[in-house]
Design a protein around this ligand. Structure first.
Ligand code: GLC
Length: 680
């Protein structure tokens, strides 16, 4: 059951696909109040047992209770525990306790503050700055049904092509085609599986979108064709800002269409990003989305089948106005007495020059001709860019799925593309953080996601990269990405590269099964990753577990995320089969009983747990996704009663796949074995 309540004059966001009439009766489940500044405040008391899931991309645990979050898409380089927001705003929350279950979705693109038991552990207080929104109240009997109801409200998740489940190598700093070719060759030479290579901003001419450096990447079409011979795809980055420069075609054509966001005086808003001074396409306008989307055409014509969209919060390094304000403060201080408060103010003014909240109040969109100040709609910006790209794909190749993942997002964008989890660090805690984000992203509709494996910022280590990869084996987007000037992070750079390669062989053996699980989840509005509470709602230990996830049909993951750990403790809510992987053809199968277990996991070992009468399918493996044979499997599972598995297969490319046509029912009979071979 979904009910809609309207407050004030909501801004249309495109997030919801169901047309529901607004309720006329008041919302009883929460206390509501408008404060003197016109902000809407929603208040709810929380019982000691209450668990809160949702908010998609955010720091801290799977259960979001006990912190203050903000919906405010931010270019944040440092995902520390106190951060209120990261790159995306996903305003869906589920409140769960033994005697109560409901979800709320706040459809508003402005700032929302979520005090989820932070000020008072027994109270959730949500402040909607604009005072206007559509609030959806969802009530179902189970968490799974609630998640499904939310997807019926907001639409089906984006479907990537199957090759996008292959391993992707990326790095900011590849100097040219020769270096990228060498990276590819090093993988192939050592039989390290690989499906794609990302091109970061280095491929562009002066960081200008939709250009490439002719000296370093002389012919992108020829380069992509050569890579395709090796079964590799190039995935270039595109940023949101368009460099202000007459003679640069995207700027000229944008200017001719008056496509850019404006300042109050009607001139184009300008802020610095990688290429220098940029204008920002007004993605809230349909004509602008069409124009921006059309700029992808030459790259699509060159054979590119995937992109990553970046800097689309939008990230603003500085504006002239912001710099002037900081210098004005410096001048005032210079002419007066300097006390410590002034010194701190000065530090804040300069260190806060990038992504300065003031700058987000300096420009306007014109969605239907009338100006709307950016901060009112801030969280929609990246989603508009994703939509523009996705619609361009549809125009260019209507029948084909393309790869797209974005940094910034908003619910609704989950229909158009996936996302990556942003600029993490080569920190052990970021393995756990990535794990904890996954189920909440899935709950909010984002199924195709993953983190920068190995860590983006600072130098990784061999053991850290290996443990990151062991999580990545299960994430749809499996990309190794690192920042300029950090330690080179390609697998083959490390002495223990063979261990990492072996880990990847498991990913490739699991790929048809993982793809099947993903597609079934996407096409039935389900989740690939779930908090344990979804499958074991009566089990208090399971409900409060913060570092294990259910995956697909009856599996559970529990990666190691601590340095030098010889293994980890795992809680099993029921009897399960432990598969301790080392290599595609080397694993232990250990039936375990419900309860707590210490699992030994040497650096080259990682676990997958399987419920009884469920199974995991391993294909013979391969070095790229197209090489995988999805008709012969080793099936691992403890089958005690007559069971079946529905394997989904398709060509991996068709844009509107038919679930029923893709399914093959495989019966699993109790035969006392943990491992069986099948040929379809
Ligand atoms: C941003 C992106 C990162 C990318 C870098 C350079 O920080 O989040 O992934 O490598 O920009 O383009």
């Amino acid at each position: 059951m979904i009910r809609k309540y309207t407050f004030g004059t909501p801004f249309p966001t495109d997030a919801v696909v169901l047309d529901l009439p607004a309720e006329t009766a008041p919302l009883n489940s929460m206390e509501t109040q408008t404060d003197p500044e016109g902000r809407l405040i929603l208040r709810l008391s929380l019982s000691p047992e209450e668990v809160i899931f949702g908010l998609g991309q955010n720091v801290r645990g799977i259960d979001k209770r006990g912190h203050r979050y903000e919906s405010w898409n931010s270019d944040i380089f440092n995902h520390t525990e106190e951060r209120p927001s990261l790159y995306g705003s996903h305003n869906f929350l589920v409140f769960f306790r033994p005697d109560r279950l409901f979800g709320i979705y706040l459809d508003d693109p402005g700032k929302i503050v979520w005090d989820l038991g932070c000020t008072r552990y027994d109270t959730a207080e949500i402040t909607v700055e604009s005072g206007s929104l559509n609030l959806y109240l969802l009530e179902e009997d189970s968490l799974t049904e609630l998640a499904r109801a939310f997807r019926s409200l907001t639409g089906r998740s984006y479907l990537p092509p199957r090759w996008a489940f292959g391993y992707i190598q990326s790095r900011w700093g590849y100097a040219g085609e020769d270096e990228v070719r060498e990276v590819a060759a090093e993988h192939r030479k050592r039989h390290i599986p690989l499906d794609a290579l990302c091109l970061d901003i280095d491929y562009m001419d002066g960081y200008r979108n939709f250009t490439w450096r002719k000296d370093a990447f002389p012919d992108l079409k020829r380069f992509q064709a050569a890579m395709k011979e090796e079964h590799l795809r190039l995935v270039p980055i595109i940023d949101a800002g368009i460099k202000v420069e007459e003679g640069y075609a995207p700027y000229d054509s944008g200017k001719a269409r008056d496509a850019f966001c404006k300042k109050e005086d009607g001139s184009d808003f300008v802020a610095a990003v990688w290429p220098g001074r940029c204008c920002f396409p007004d993605f809230l306008r349909e004509d602008v989305r069409r124009w921006f989307g059309s700029l992808y055409t030459p790259l699509l014509e060159a054979g590119i089948e995937g992109f990553w969209n970046d800097m689309n919060e939008p990230a603003l390094f500085y504006t002239d106005e912001g710099v002037a304000d900081a210098f004005a403060l410096a001048d005032r201080i210079r002419s007066g007495s300097v006390d410590y408060e002034a010194a701190w103010g000065l530090m804040r003014a300069f260190s806060g020059i990038a992504n300065n909240p003031e700058d987000y109040r300096r420009f306007y969109h014109r969605p239907d001709g009338k100006p709307v100040r950016h901060d009112r709609v801030h969280n929609l910006y990246g989603a508009g860019m994703t939509r523009a790209t996705s619609e361009a794909f549809r125009c260019f190749a209507p029948d084909k799925r393309m790869l797209l993942f974005s940094r910034s997002s908003f619910i609704g964008a989950h229909r158009y593309g996936g996302m990556w989890q942003g600029d993490n660090f080569s920190w052990w805690s970021h393995i756990k953080l990535a794990l904890q984000m996954l189920p909440n992203l899935n709950l909010c509709g984002f199924l195709y996601c993953g983190c920068d494996l190995g860590g983006f910022g600072c130098d990784t280590t061999e053991d850290l990269l290996e443990r990151f990869l062991q999580l990545g084996v299960f994430t749809p987007l499996m990309r190794n990405h690192s920042a300029l000037h950090t330690r080179e992070q390609e697998i083959y750079r490390f002495a223990s590269w063979e261990i990492m390669r072996d880990t990847l062989t498991v990913r490739y053996a699991l790929l048809p099964w993982l793809y099947s699980e993903f597609m079934k989840a996407a096409l039935t509005d389900g989740m690939l990753f779930r908090p344990l509470a979804f499958d074991f709602p009566q089990d208090r230990r399971a409900v409060h577990t913060q570092d294990q996830l259910m995956l697909g049909d009856g599996c559970m993951i529990a990666p190691v995320y601590e340095q030098n750990a010889a293994g980890r403790y795992v809680y099993l809510p029921e009897d399960m089969l432990l598969i301790r992987f080392r290599f595609v053809a080397d694993y232990d199968l250990v039936p375990l009983e419900k309860g707590d277990h210490w699992i030994d996991l040497a650096l080259n070992e990682f676990p997958l747990f399987v419920r009884k009468n469920r199974a995991v399918f391993l294909c013979p493996g391969g070095e790229y996704s197209e090489e995988l044979d999805d008709s012969r499997f080793t099936v691992l599972g403890q089958i005690e009663t007559e069971s079946a598995y529905d394997l989904y297969r398709d060509d991996g490319l068709t844009s509107d796949p038919d679930l029923a046509a893709g399914l093959t029912r495989i019966s699993l009979s109790p035969d006392g074995k943990l491992k069986r071979e099948i040929v379809l």
